[in-house]
Ligand binder design. Structure first.
Ligand code: 13P
Length: 251
């Protein structure tokens, strides 16, 4: 399976800033991106077309949407449909990022609806999961991850091609805090996720990339990438600069 090196730019960057960073990144990686890696950027919606333009003709560089609404079109002010993301050049979309769940109040059920609808409309989808610190302290990591996986994948076709799906484990307490999960915590969460995916999709699930996210930096990326069942990363802050993210991509 290819390693998926993903950047979530959240609500950062104008069109011009995004295009500049994307071009710098493609230049920095032009000669040293190994054939088993793919680069994936989630810009804000306004900059998707610019980043897709910068990656035109670049075989291993892709663009995605940070969110979607599970309807073809309609009176949904402020929302975006899968067809609109595809139209701009997106291949992927995220569902259930912790900021969507905890700032905007998205439920597991809504996340599941986004996963199923995005896949049905032709996007590849990354399901983001992860526990809050109080859930970890209470010993509930597996319960939380199991619930988020079961409800997030409830509407997904069991026979789906594994390369159309990914899961990102992002412990909420490690996002934007500089506090990275330890190797044992990451290994445990990723192996638990792999088993749940196997229960759900059978042997095919070995080919579903499981990404780690939460304060990944150029210095910490190599050790994280070396862990069992880590098939890529989803990076926030350290992905905003091309130099920093390019070092993570080759880690
Ligand atoms: P940071 O890398 O800034 O912790 O953000 C992680 C994240 O939320 C990626 O989706």
């Amino acid at each position: 399976m290819k390693k998926l090196m993903a950047a979530n730019w959240k609500m950062y960057k104008t069109v011009e800033q995004a295009a500049t960073t994307a071009k710098e990144l493609a230049t920095l990686l032009a000669d040293n991106l190994s054939g088993d890696r793919e680069v994936l950027i989630f810009p804000p919606f306004t900059a998707i077309a610019a980043v897709a333009g910068a990656f035109k003709d670049k075989a291993a560089f892709f663009v995605g949407g940070q969110n979607l609404h599970p309807a073809d079109e309609g009176a949904f002010t402020g929302e975006i449909a899968p067809a609109m993301l595809l139209d701009l050049g997106c291949l992927w979309a995220l569902a259930g990022h912790s900021e969507r769940r905890h700032i905007f109040g998205e439920t597991d059920e809504q996340v599941g609806a986004k996963m199923a609808f995005g896949l049905e409309k032709g996007l590849k989808m990354i399901l983001c999961i992860g526990e809050k610190i109080e859930e970890r302290r209470a010993g509930n990591v597996e319960t939380v991850l199991a619930r988020q996986l079961e409800q997030g994948l409830a509407g997904v076709d069991k026979a789906i091609a594994p390369e159309r799906l990914s899961v990102a484990y992002e412990p909420v307490w490690a996002i934007g805090t500089g506090e990275i999960a330890g190797p044992d915590e990451i290994k445990h969460a990723h192996s638990f996720t792999r088993h749940k995916l196997n229960d759900f999709f059978g042997a095919n699930a070995d080919e579903i990339p499981i990404l780690y996210g939460g304060s990944v930096k150029p210095d910490s990326a190599p050790a994280i990438m070396a862990l069992d069942n880590v098939d890529g990363v989803l990076v926030g802050g350290a992905s905003l600069k091309a130099d920093s993210f390019s070092r993570i991509v080759v880690a």
